[in-house]
Design a protein around this ligand. Structure first.
Ligand SMILES: C[S@@+](CC[C@H](N)C(=O)[O-])C[C@H]1O[C@@H](n2cnc3c(N)ncnc32)[C@H](O)[C@@H]1O
Length: 234
């Protein structure tokens, strides 16, 4: 037996089931101890009662509007769009990741209502726009000189890993089942696939969005160019 996998070497892990509410209750800080700090960005209610929100420490006790204004100074140039023709449960997760990676805005294309559960309230700090159809998204992007880049592992898609993502990209994701609609594929400058090596046909849209957004971050925040090797065949 490989000694690294000997049972006695394994730590004891207690798995406690959590849900969104439990997680939200666990995080945060109590009432501000001592004299209150000065500044319009502080929220008196949070200073008095504590701040249990899922925000980074830098924003503890800040008013929501102050956090949004501060994020607006540092948001990146890329946008993401998600097709929402059947209330895809992944959209919340896409919004949460978009918030984490400093995405300029998330665009919901199709139905206005989307399942917010996976967003874990990060949508409060993230610009989210609605477009009733693809045409409206295309017009919005054209006005701002943004390039639509589809992300899906469809036949003919090119590897994300070797594609030079444009800085002014709108990364567009499809939904569970059908994936990117034909209409969206037609208006994208390219459709990019994320390399897979297992038996499943696809990963979920939330995971795909995280990979693609981070590829943009690596290219344009860390200056790491896309790889030059071709995708290895599993
Ligand atoms: C569950 S997939 C469905 C479609 C997929 N083309 C299929 O054949 O099953 C939902 C969305 O996740 C994203 N996605 C999932 N796997 C991907 C991959 N390997 N490469 C790029 N995008 C992917 C795409 O945006 C896709 O529209």
């Amino acid at each position: 037996m490989n000694e690294h996998f000997a049972p006695e070497a394994a730590p004891t892990i207690t798995i406690t089931p959590v849900n969104a509410e439990d997680e939200a209750r666990e995080v945060g800080v109590g009432p501000w101890p001592g004299p209150w700090p000065e500044g319009d960005h502080y929220d008196p209610e949070l200073l008095a009662g504590g701040d249990r929100r899922n925000v980074v420490d830098r924003y503890r006790y800040w008013r929501r509007e102050a956090i949004i204004a501060d994020l607006d100074k540092v948001r990146h140039d890329f946008h993401v769009a998600v097709e929402n023709w059947s209330h895809d449960f992944n959209i919340g997760s896409v919004v949460r990741t978009a918030n984490a990676f400093g995405c300029a805005a998330v665009h919901i294309v199709g139905k206005r209502r989307w399942n917010r559960r996976g967003a874990m309230v990060t949508d409060r700090y993230q610009h989210v726009h609605h477009h009733s159809d693809t045409e409206s998204l295309v017009a919005w992007a054209a006005e701002r000189d943004l390039v639509l880049v589809g992300v899906d592992n469809l036949p003919g898609a090119v590897p994300l890993e070797t594609y030079p993502l444009p800085r002014n990209a709108v990364l567009v994701f499809g939904q569970e089942g059908p994936g990117l609609s034909e209409e969206v594929r037609r208006v994208c400058a390219a459709v990019l696939s994320i390399a897979q090596f297992g038996s499943t046909r696809s990963i979920n849209a939330g995971a795909a969005a995280a990979v693609a957004m981070h590829a943009w971050v690596r290219a344009h925040v860390f200056g790491q160019p896309a790889g030059t090797t071709t995708t290895p065949t599993p």
